[in-house]
Design a protein. Structure first.
Length: 220
């Protein structure tokens, strides 16, 4: 059995208090922390999100047989501080991100108004290939200020995926991260999973990389 471990870096950004930490805690620990304090600098968590098996045909000079590959997918989720004073620290985490989640609070107009500033930062510091997702959080709240279609239009205009979530009510949180994982996995598969052909007698020792900034390796 051969295992391939894919590690993808996902970074959350957005104004202070929009719920970045709560989204991460909901996804990684299944809870909504009471009295969540502001993030200082950057925090990170790892979650193994998917284990997939793939049968591949291995054709040797004498025999042809099937091999089962176990694909293990991990998300390394970086939760950055929204406060301005941490900005120079958090910027340094953009570069190696495979996906960036830009979060605003649907009940707080200023967090939406700041999105263009965040996009400028992303453009300046992140890879141009980064997967960008816009998230309107706190949809459980009744004092909504930003209608869904406004968020949707903004995302469309800037080539981003869009999703509304509630970390509190666990709405769309799993879907958000799983969609990202699936997309990144799709990219990785189309690029770098080893190919098996007539000349391949052994698949041992192959290493798969997700992209130039990735950390993805075969483990024994
Ligand atoms: N109603 C509601 N409140 C939420 C939700 N998500 C987070 N909150 C609340 O919003 C506040 C800020 O949440 P955090 O997760 O700390 O926000 P943050 O974006 O990580 O903030 P910084 O670390 O300062 O950047 C907390 O009081 C949370 O309880 C949500 O989905 N619904």
């Amino acid at each position: 059995m051969d295992d391939y471990k894919f590690l993808f870096k996902v970074v959350l950004v957005g104004n202070a208090g929009v719920g970045k930490t709560c989204l991460v805690r909901r996804f990684t620990q299944g809870l909504f922390p009471p009295g969540q304090g502001a993030t200082i600098g950057v925090d990170f968590m790892i979650k193994t999100v998917d284990v997939d098996n793939e049968k591949v045909k291995v054709m040797g000079p004498l025999t042809t047989h099937f091999h089962t590959l176990t694909l293990v997918l991990q998300l390394q989720i970086w939760d950055t501080a929204g406060q301005e004073r941490f900005r120079s620290i958090t910027q340094s985490y953009y570069r190696s991100a495979h996906a960036l989640i830009l979060v605003y609070d649907i009940s707080c107009q200023p967090t939406f108004d700041c999105l263009p500033d965040w996009l400028r930062e992303i453009e300046e510091y992140a890879s141009s290939k980064v997967l960008r997702v816009l998230v309107g959080n706190k949809i459980d709240r009744e004092d909504r200020e930003i209608p869904t279609h406004v968020g949707e239009e903004f995302a469309e205009r800037h080539n981003m995926y869009f999703l509304e979530t509630s970390a509190k009510e666990a709405e769309n949180v799993e879907r958000l991260f799983m969609q990202i994982a699936e997309d990144l996995m799709k990219q990785a598969r189309s690029r770098d999973l080893p190919r098996y052909d007539a000349s391949a007698t052994s698949i041992n020792g192959r290493t798969s990389t997700v992209s130039d900034s990735s950390c993805c390796s075969k483990f024994q």
